[in-house]
Design a protein around this ligand. Structure first.
Ligand SMILES: Nc1ncnc2c1ncn2[C@@H]1O[C@H](COP(=O)(O)OP(=O)(O)OP(=O)(O)O)[C@@H](O)[C@H]1O
Ligand SMILES: [Mg+2]
Length: 266
């Protein structure tokens, strides 16, 4: 079974959607089969990838049993990634969607669809609500973007508490993929925040890769494409390539650790 990584954060506007799209795109360049799921009723990823030009249908139609996954998981032109949107067009759909998430049906659908992919990245809505809880209950791990601001950092413990509670109650296998510092810059305050974060968490919790503020992401966003497909955005694209590489390396190290306990041949 593939890995389900939910990209979630207690704060809005910290780069969850940008991270989902660009990390998924980078891993697909490494030859991995990637599915991107937009679970935000506001449709951040669906917009960031221009999904709506292909279909308005998505998770909500799967929840209503109106479509089959192959009708709503839209392949990218190069067929290296599949993208599934929320399919929410009416305000009343949001309530139904949240209810289905609370009942565990959203999680069940995601678990089934993710089986055909190496990595499923789920773009979560901001906050600690029912949708996020249901996603984390079925995820292999959670990647938490935190922007370089004191308010984001100070409110992070509540979100980490939610992760621990979900692990204890519903999903003992839930891992923290890592905390990803985003929208970083060269300012003294950002350097101070970053150093404070590193000293407050055990080694390895804060990912080595940081995502600097780079207006190329905004330009790529305007075109609804990952930075890796935008001319002149090579630096921006490279940071997400580095992140994908770091995640892969950590995963392989984790596997080696498991292997140590086996009596295998390697
Ligand atoms: N590293 C970056 N440098 C500059 N702009 C960025 C960067 N990352 C994201 N952005 C821009 O910041 C805005 C918010 O990013 P994004 O939508 O990814 O955040 P989000 O956490 O998904 O927000 P929401 O909580 O509203 O879903 C977008 O306009 C995006 O283009
Ligand atoms: Mg978003």
């Amino acid at each position: 079974m593939g890995k389900i990584i939910t990209v979630a954060s207690h704060k809005g506007g910290v780069g969850k959607t940008t991270t989902t799209l660009n990390t998924g795109f980078s891993l697909s360049r490494f030859g991995q089969k990637v599915l991107l799921i937009d679970s935000d009723p506001q449709g951040g990823m669906a917009m960031a990838s221009n999904l709506k030009r292909k279909t308005e249908k998505g998770l909500i139609h799967l929840l209503k049993n109106e479509v089959k996954p192959e009708q709503v998981v839209i392949p990218t032109k190069d067929r290296r990634m599949g993208i599934l949107g929320p399919g929410i067009t009416e305000p009343e759909d949001v309530f139904f969607f949240e209810m289905e998430a609370r009942k565990g049906n959203l999680g069940k659908i995601i678990t089934v669809i993710s089986e055909k992919f190496d990595y499923t990245f789920v773009d979560a809505p901001a906050g600690l609500g029912g949708i996020v809880t249901s996603l984390l209950s079925v995820s292999s791990s959670v990647l938490v973007p935190v922007n370089c601001s004191s308010i984001s950092v100070r409110t992070l413990p509540v979100f980490l508490k939610l992760i621990r509670k979900i692990r204890a109650k519903f999903n003992p296998g839930l891992m923290l993929e890592g905390i990803l510092m985003t929208l970083t810059d060269e300012s003294d305050s950002c350097t101070e925040i970053f150093e404070e974060m590193q000293s407050n968490f055990p080694a390895g919790v804060i990912l080595d890769t940081c995502i600097p503020y780079d207006e190329s992401f905004e330009r790529a966003g305007l075109k609804s494409i990952p930075a890796g497909m935008l001319k002149g955005a090579e630096e921006a694209a490279q940071v997400y390539m580095n992140l994908a590489m770091e995640l892969k390396t950590r995963e392989m190290k984790g596997k080696t650790k498991e292997g140590d306990e086996d009596e295998g041949l390697f």
